[in-house]
Design a protein. Structure first.
Length: 692
């Protein structure tokens, strides 16, 4: 049975099939999300509990320990860590990567309920929890600063205006406001003044509460209309609180300002942030699962000018970090590598085929294979990232193999090429779309690797057909005969190459999640290339190839070179067969040296990527004040200011607990600095060691 015969006899239908595959890939490429790496969602839940006034040891013994005992009994828990500080405890629970987060949340709530009877009875509220994902890093960080407004007013603008409106943008999952809390009025009582006035702190509390009544007042009704009495009983300014009457004794009136310092402040003074040396509010924006990070950031930037019109003009909004800068650069580099790979593969094919038409016949496999792969990636929810692009690049060399085998057999009968290169790569995009993949480092890497693979099948087919044509066989007969002779070999080649990468898709854990897009992208491109080599390549050969009685001078020169190369190889092979033991010993030495070098190489999941960000972390001793923690960040900021590659730096003190702080250094773009991120980090690490 000739698998290629129906496609050879129906060239229009075959062409439309290839065009449809190409169209699917082009559409899929438009909708595929873009990311740095494949998404790895680790089910994580964080439990919070508070007990005001309790020291860290008491929190660990009375709160964390009972909760940990119950939470540790939940099936599928892989990691359980707790952090206790003055008045608060947080417990981070990580589950197996295949665990559904909603089911895990229900189990966590049940464990909290079971542990509640073991907790102290004076807890102000029951322990709570929230779902989290360690892989969710901010895609964009904005800072709000002002020379006029205080941090409470900055927080109000960030939280009530920018945060809410940014959350409504498509692709935005969460906007976190850091650096301060909601505006509040802080009352600092003077005990001596209270005693002199004959008042207590309870008297002050009662007076403040009564002055902020916001309830129904009443109304009045006339013969023709009725009205409700409205009264704004809320006090919002410190100056108004200072005039609040606490006591009247004869002609003497005691006001709140007489016995206390009243000032405008925030609800939590333990949290602070800076941009450089200026107090700031930080907006950290994360994206939803599956959203295109580049398109999401572009939408945010497009909306910012309109949003800034809603906040006071005294507020300056600055971009601190943009995750898409490195993503755009790395994806651009891999896309450029993909194009170079295609060009090199075509050049090698052209040298060996020595004709334009057979070269094009093998080349058409690449875009069609990538198109089908991208469509499958989209349906699977994958992204275009560095790994997927790498797989696609690798596959370019694979997808053309089958077409070349088929084409060569047909050209042997006809003599002039076809299009089997584009179909495989563009078809790969269709598979990526179908599988729901993303455009990320691994899928782009798969594309790059695929460049050398997708053309193999087409070359095998092409060469076999061309051989028949040169022997004088008619084009149609050569296409039929050449395709039939090589079909089984093409299928075997395709399945063999696909089976090399497909097992990666069945790996478990984080590694499996990381490489599944790479494996399926590469295997998908190869499978599509085999289909193209057995369908489109023979059909094009039957229409385009022809016998050439006389060849060009370039053809003859290359042919002479091939004959010389063949003669040299024959001599080398003969010598190797005569000195078998030398060959065996050389093979054994090479194998042993390779094994030794393998043991000496360091192992890591992925190389360190220069993302242009350096983090400095501070953990103060338990019981430290917010000011002490803040002071520990000052030396780090001083070192940051001395880095010539620094673009901007920010610091946050008191998050997530009072004793925690971090300083983030954002570096200039790659082209504007000579040192890499790791070199700068090593330099800073030695300087940090000098901090007491």
């Amino acid at each position: 049975m000739n698998m290629s015969a129906p496609f050879i006899h129906r060239p229009v239908a075959t062409f439309m099939l290839a065009f449809g595959l190409l169209l699917i890939g082009l559409v899929a490429a438009r909708f595929l999300p873009v990311a740095a790496l494949p998404s790895i969602d680790i089910p994580t839940i964080i439990v919070f509990a508070g007990r005001p006034g309790a020291d860290p040891e008491t929190m660990a013994a009375s709160i964390a320990a009972p909760l940990e005992r119950r939470l540790g009994e939940i099936p599928g828990v892989t990691e359980l860590t707790s952090t206790s500080s003055t008045g608060s405890t947080s417990i981070v629970i990580q589950f197996e990567i295949d665990r559904k987060i909603d089911g895990a949340a229900a189990d966590v709530q049940a464990a909290i309920n079971a542990a509640y009877s073991d907790l102290p009875s004076d807890l102000p509220t029951r322990p709570s929890y929230r779902k989290a994902n360690p892989a969710d890093v901010p895609i964009l960080t904005l800072s709000l600063t002002s020379d006029v407004l205080n941090t409470g007013q900055l927080y109000d603008a960030a939280d009530t205006i920018l945060g809410q409106r940014l959350s409504q943008i498509e692709g935005v999952s969460q906007v976190t406001v850091n650096g301060a809390e909601k505006p509040a009025v802080r009352v600092r009582l003077n005990p001596a003044a209270l005693r002199a006035a004959g008042l207590s702190s309870q008297d002050v509390y009662t007076a403040i509460r009564n002055a902020n009544v916001n309830g129904p007042i009443g109304g009045f009704q006339g013969p023709l209309r009725a009205e409700t009495i409205e009264l704004n009983g809320q006090i919002t300014q410190a100056s108004d609180y200072a005039r609040l009457v606490l006591k009247v004794s004869g002609t003497a009136t005691v006001r709140l300002g007489d016995v206390a310092e009243v000032l405008d402040s925030v609800t939590n003074t333990k949290l602070a942030a800076w941009r450089g040396t200026q107090p700031a509010i930080l907006l950290q924006i994360t994206k939803t699962a599956g959203a295109n990070v580049i398109e999401t950031v572009d939408r945010i930037r497009a909306a910012l000018p309109q949003l800034l019109a809603w906040i006071p003009p005294d507020i300056q909004v600055t971009t601190i970090s943009d995750r898409t800068l490195t993503i755009r650069a790395s994806v651009h580099d891999l896309e450029f590598t993909l194009l170079i790979s295609i060009a090199l593969v075509l050049m090698v094919v052209a040298i060996f085929m020595r004709r334009l038409v057979p070269t094009l016949a093998a080349a058409v496999t690449v875009p069609l294979s990538l198109a089908g792969t991208l469509g499958a990636m989209y349906l699977l929810g994958y992204s275009l990232n560095n790994f997927s692009l790498m797989a696609l690049t690798i596959s370019v060399g694979f997808v053309v193999d089958d077409a070349i085998v088929m084409l060569e057999n047909i050209v042997r009968h006809i003599e002039d090429g076809m299009d089997a290169f584009e179909a495989s790569l563009v078809g790969a995009f269709g598979l990526m779309y179908a599988f729901g993949f993303t455009i990320n480092t691994l899928t782009l890497l798969a594309m790059v690797l695929a460049i050398g693979l997708v053309v193999d099948d087409a070359i095998v087919v092409l060469e076999n057909i061309y051989r028949h044509i040169e022997e004088g066989m008619p084009r149609m007969e050569a296409a039929m005969q050449g395709a039939r002779e090589i079909a089984f070999a093409v299928i075997a080649m395709t399945l063999t190459l696909a089976s090399v990468f497909a097992p990666l898709a069945f790996a478990t854990g984080r590694t499996g999640r990381l490489f599944i897009e790479f494996a399926l992208t590469l295997a998908g491109a190869v499978m599509v290339s085999g289909f193209i080599a057995l369908t489109l390549t023979p059909m094009m050969c039957s229409l385009l190839l022809r016998h050439e009685a006389k060849h060009s001078w370039l053809y003859n020169k290359i042919e002479a070179g091939f004959h010389a190369f063949t003669a040299g190889y024959r001599w080398l092979l003969t010598a190797a067969l005569r000195a078998r033991w030398i060959v065996v010993v050389g093979w054994a030495v090479t194998l042993a040296a390779g094994g030794l070098l393998f043991t000496l190489l360091k192992s890591e999941l992925s190389p360190v990527e220069d993302r242009g960000v350096v983090f400095g972390l501070v953990t103060a001793p338990q019981g430290s004040t917010p000011q002490f923690t803040s002071d520990q960040l000052k030396p780090i900021e001083a070192f940051y200011s001395q880095i010539p590659e620094a673009h901007a730096y920010t610091a946050i003190s008191g998050f997530p607990t009072v004793v925690d702080g971090n300083a983030v250094l954002r570096l200039k773009p790659w082209e504007q600095r000579t040192r890499k991120q790791q070199e700068i980090a090593d330099d800073l690490r030695s300087k940090f060691a000098s901090i007491p």
